[in-house]
Design a protein. Structure first.
Length: 177
C-alpha cells in the first residue's frame, strides 16, 4: 500500500501484466499499420510511460509526437479541456494513432480528435491503456484498449493524483475504507 497526499492506494494492475498487454497491443498495431507509417500522438503528461513502452513493441516504421491539453484536477474529471499545445508535425494525409493513458468521460479524447481532424489526416484512431466504460460519455469507444477498468480512481505508470504517483511501476487503485 502507498500514500499520496491524503489518500491511500493499493496495488491493482502489476507491471508484468501491463507490459504483457502492451506487447500484445504493439503486435496488433504493427500488423494493422504495416506500410502505413503511423504517427502516434501521445497526450502528455499521463501517457509518457505507456508511450515509451508501446513504441518499443512496434516492429514497423512509425513516428511519435507529443501534445498537451489541460483538463483535469483532483479525483474526478471536470470536463474542462483547453487547447492542444505542441503539435508541430504536419498531419495531412497521415495515419494518426492518438495515445492516451486513460479514457474516463471521453471529453479529452473527443476534443483532441476534433482538433486533429481539421488538419486533414488520412485516419485517426484512438488507443488507450485504461478505459472506464461506466464513466464514458464520448462519441466513439477507443479503438485499442489495454484494460477496461471499473469507475475507480487509479494512479501509477504515468497516472497521477495531483501530480504524485506518475513514477510508480504498477497501477494502484484508491483504497476503499
Ligand atoms: P476524460 O474524462 O476522459 O476527459 O479524462 C481526462 C483526464 O483525466 C485523463 O487524461 C487523466 O489525466 C485524468 N483521469 C481520469 N481518470 C483518472 C484516474 O483514475 N486517475 C488519474 N487520472 C485520471
Ligand atoms: Mg491524462
Amino acid at each position: 500500500m502507498i500514500t499520496l497526499h491524503d489518500k491511500v492506494f493499493e496495488p491493482f494492475i502489476l507491471e508484468d501484466e501491463i507490459l504483457d498487454r502492451i506487447g500484445t497491443m504493439g503486435a496488433t498495431l504493427s500488423t494493422e499499420y504495416a506500410d502505413k507509417k503511423p504517427l502516434f500522438i501521445a497526450v502528455l503528461n499521463g501517457s509518457f510511460m505507456v508511450s515509451a513502452d508501446l513504441m518499443k513493441c512496434m516492429s514497423i516504421p512509425c513516428e511519435i509526437s507529443f501534445v498537451k491539453v489541460s483538463s483535469y484536477h483532483g479525483t474526478s474529471s471536470t470536463g474542462r479541456v483547453d487547447e492542444l499545445i505542441g503539435l508541430n508535425t504536419d498531419i495531412k494525409g497521415r495515419h494518426i494513432i492518438l495515445l492516451e493513458d486513460i479514457v474516463d468521460t471521453g471529453v479529452t479524447v473527443d476534443k483532441v480528435v476534433k482538433l486533429l481532424s481539421v488538419a486533414g489526416p488520412a485516419s485517426v484512431k484512438t488507443c488507450t491503456l485504461l478505459f472506464k466504460p461506466d464513466a464514458f460519455k464520448g462519441k466513439k469507444t477507443p479503438d485499442y484498449i489495454g484494460f477496461s477498468v471499473p469507475e475507480l480512481f487509479v494512479v501509477g505508470y504515468g497516472l497521477d493524483y495531483d501530480e504524485l504517483g506518475r513514477n510508480l511501476r504498477d497501477i494502484y487503485k484508491l483504497k476503499e475504507d
